[in-house]
Design a protein around this ligand. Sequence first.
Ligand code: LMR
Length: 397
Amino acid sequence: MMFKHLEPYAGDPILGLNDAFQKDPRADKVNLSIGIYFDDEGRIPVLDCVKRAEAAMLAESGPKSYLPIEGAAAARQAVQGLLFGASHEAVTSGRVATLQTIGSSGGLRVGADFIKRWLPGSGVWVSDPTWDNHRAMFEGAGVAVHTYPYYDARTGGLRFAAMCEAIAALPPRSVVLLHACCHNPTGVDLSPAQWDALIPLLRERELLPYLDLAYQGYGDGIEEDAFAVRALAASGLSFFVANSFSKSMSVYGERAGALSVVCADAGEADLVLGQLKATVRRNYSSPGIHAAGIISRVLTDPALRGAWQADVAAMRERILSMRRQLHAVLSAKQPGRDFGYFLSQRGMFSYTGLSAAQVDRLKDEFGVYLVRSGRMCVAGLSTRNVERTAAAMAAVL
Ligand code: LMR
């Protein structure tokens, strides 16, 4: 018996819940668990720009050789343009090393492996709370994980002063993981002014920011949500940014993502790219052609790009309207309570303040699925289920 000693896998708190939802036979169940955007009919949209990109790819039907370790040049270049702006000095001077990765998760992990190898004494500090998988990914890479204060349960907002105080006390070369927009799981973001206050602190303390940008376009807009990336690039700091197209292009299963490292100069970026390639080769060798084709075509064909921007705006607006409706119905049902956080929080998620026991009741009695931390994926609400969801919430609160 080779494997009898194995511990059973407890399952992933997010993906496991999504599996349980799929198996739930109740017709009126509501999936507010996983970070996926559903349209008002409850479907995962296939964006027309993506369909058109795929049709063009199929028509060309070129040979399916391996991509280079770092991914397709056209996709990497398109990612740089999207994140920084094509004419940004960091891009034109060649000091950004970008790899196409297997989703942004692949990028996060490659970056974590790189940090373990090349900055071996550095720990990573993540927000309290953060995406469930951040800790597991960095710990899996052998990097020690700590937290900095972030979410204020009292106000449903940000503990910015406490966050800065903790970051100011970190040892030099520590890695600070930051959500560039649409914080997962709370929906609480830094304002541009708060980024502008944080960045000098990161520089003074010689810290290494690591941005996770998984929801670009779902906060305030595609350009607006790149604020932190561009402000950091302008500051001269070196930093990592892992970005995803899963949500913004609604291509979850295509695993379309990238990792970029902004360096001091082009020479350093070459060294970094080389070692990132070595890390990828040891992990999964190279990324996929299909994701590369979608990324580069949608971002660089002007017609597809325009259609994509309109799609992202429509998805963002639909979520905002669901936030407003949920807020209105809940406020009417429980006038004594302040549900303003549904309006101030941004992106797919809101931290509802529901306890694990209340979340369990929502699932068991009403078929409404949230993550047990109280995280709600607002993008799973629709005009058909928002009233029912609000009533169920009001019943367990
Ligand atoms: C989420 O947080 O629900 C998404 O990012 C999906 C995932 O992989 O956890």
